[in-house]
Design a protein around this ligand. Structure first.
Ligand SMILES: *Cc1c(COP(=O)(O)O)cnc(C)c1O
Length: 493
């Protein structure tokens, strides 16, 4: 199994190298040259979550070794997850919600980031790398904590997280700034997520800085969904969910379903696309955006335009204008036209705009939901007895638009990506709880009472935690804080 760069097909690596490196040296993302085939789904019916995850990982990452992968899966998907099946499927109003947030940090990012450290350790071993790995991550809120949780205290790995100071929820910020572990650094950036992400990307393509780190026995890697090791574990839950729907007699084996994904960096929905391409019976992949609707515009008109202000919404993990994984989709839909990808990504970097008119993206439906619609969605489902977070509410809202437009009433699965208790303010204002100037935890208590759902322990315990990471910097100081943390001096000292 080969992974080629989206911007230069002549550059290829095996899975171990792709996971270690994160991103190709000329800025492209690694993509598999062909996708494994699921074959007869009937053969997968009796697998539990771990078995299915292993099946998917083995088929994408043969160079990591099957036995080692099994151990990695067992270490990742253990009782850190409060759901016995790792994921839950809840039915409300005829729709199935695939709850992906029962991991340690209460967002779907745990599904991949609890196993990525294991995959990196394996890849390091297979490649005979003895340097210390430095994970550099920009976060819109959930990746940061999930990566910290996954990589904290892992030997031979250090983790550095940059988050937009005013672009994350209170609980998200507390989760990150209270992180323990000597190998972890968390720093706030004055700016938005795109500033943090482009800062990190700049560092990845800064040869001089990378050389400096290498001289000091470090190598950089990424825990963002640009890393193929982040993407592949996410394929598993779509297949697993489909099988559970068959088992629950919601559908028959072979029936097509729709999948709705609240989208930011296009990682989670790309994983669903991979599952479809592997043979999972999927009709439409419904790409749900918030007010930052660049993906809606692209899927509808073929125009990608970031010459506008990023809007801070109640779904901060989707407050993104530069949606990294769209690059992978363009590569696949253009049958691997790396020249096209390179040209468009250069346009994006230079002009903040590109246009592709002849891409067949009919597997996808794109739309967005504004703040008012998100509030309505939360309230509507709450009244029906289902509490969903603001990101999931974006998905639900967009699904309603899809239904209305198409009259397609096929069985539909909505990816439910975070615990509502991570986004208390929005839940409160949507269902009529007074929230202004009020302590976050008392708001959560009230939501808990009204919904009859307990506040997850990992959020409740934040109240007592010491804030250990207080640093906030400008974007141009990112390199300095990395050097300080790694105790790497400048060239002249
Ligand atoms: C990260 C995140 C998303 C967006 O996922 P992408 O893979 O970036 O598209 C949606 N919801 C939540 C809660 C998230 O944390």
């Amino acid at each position: 199994m080969k992974y080629v760069s989206t911007r230069d097909k002549d550059i290829w690596v095996d899975s171990a190298q792709g996971i270690l490196q994160g991103i190709s040296k000329e800025g492209g993302l690694f993509v598999p040259t062909s996708l494994p085939c699921l074959g007869d789904l009937g053969n997968l019916m009796d697998m539990d979550y771990r078995e299915l995850a292993l099946y998917v990982l083995e088929s994408f990452f043969p160079s990591l070794g099957n036995e080692d992968l099994e151990e990695a899966v067992n270490k990742a998907y253990d009782n850190k997850f409060t759901s016995e099946d790792i994921v839950d499927i809840k039915k409300a109003k005829g729709i199935s919600f695939l709850e992906l947030y029962h991991g340690p940090t209460l967002a779907f990012k745990d599904m991949a980031l609890s196993i990525l450290p294991q995959l990196m350790k394996l890849a390091k071993g297979k490649k005979g790398v003895d340097r210390e790995i430095v994970i550099l991550t920009a976060t819109s809120g959930d990746t940061g904590k999930a990566a910290l949780e996954g990589f904290a205290n892992v030997e031979g790995i250090k983790i550095i997280v940059f988050y937009p100071e005013d672009g994350v929820s209170k609980v998200q910020k507390l989760q990150m700034t209270s992180q323990e572990g000597d190998n972890a650094l968390v720093v706030g950036i004055r700016g938005n997520f795109d500033n943090a992400q482009s800062g990190v990307k700049e560092i990845f393509s800064n040869k001089e800085f990378k050389d400096l780190l290498e001289e000091n026995n470090y190598i950089l890697s990424s825990a963002n969904s640009i890393n193929i090791g982040r993407l592949v574990p996410q394929v598993a839950y779509y297949i697993y969910a489909y099988i559970q729907l068959v088992k629950a007699k919601e559908i028959q084996l072979g029936d097509q379903i729709n999948i709705v994904v609240p989208t930011g960096n296009f990682g989670n929905i790309l994983a669903a696309y991979y599952a479809k391409e592997m043979g999972l019976p999927v009709n439409k992949l419904i790409c749900a955006s918030n007010d930052n609707k660049v993906l809606t515009e692209f899927l509808r008109a073929g125009q990608y335009d970031i010459n506008k202000d990023l809007i801070l919404t109640s779904s901060p993990s989707m407050d993104i204008l530069i949606s990294s994984n769209l690059e992978r989709l363009i590569f696949h839909l253009s049958n691997g036209d790396h020249k096209l990808v390179r040209e468009k990504m250069e346009d994006l970097a230079k002009k903040g705009y590109y246009e592709i008119s002849d891409l067949n993206s009919s597997d996808f439906y794109g739309n967005y939901a504004n703040e008012e619609e998100v509030s309505q969605a939360i309230k509507e489902m709450f009244d029906q007895g289902y509490l969903m977070d603001s990101h999931t509410a974006v998905a639900y809202s967009v699904y309603k638009k899809y239904r209305e437009e198409t009259k397609d009433d096929r069985k539909t699965l909505i990816a439910s990506t975070a615990s509502p208790f991570k986004f208390g303010q929005k839940i409160a204002s949507s269902i009529g709880i007074h929230s202004q100037d009020r302590d976050e935890f008392s708001i959560l208590e009230e939501i808990s009472k009204l919904s009859n759902i307990e506040i997850p322990e990992n959020i409740r315990s934040l109240k007592e935690k010491e804030i250990r990471h207080k640093k906030v910097i400008d974007k141009n100081e990112m390199k300095d804080s990395i050097m300080e943390f790694l105790k790497v001096g400048g060239r002249n000292d």
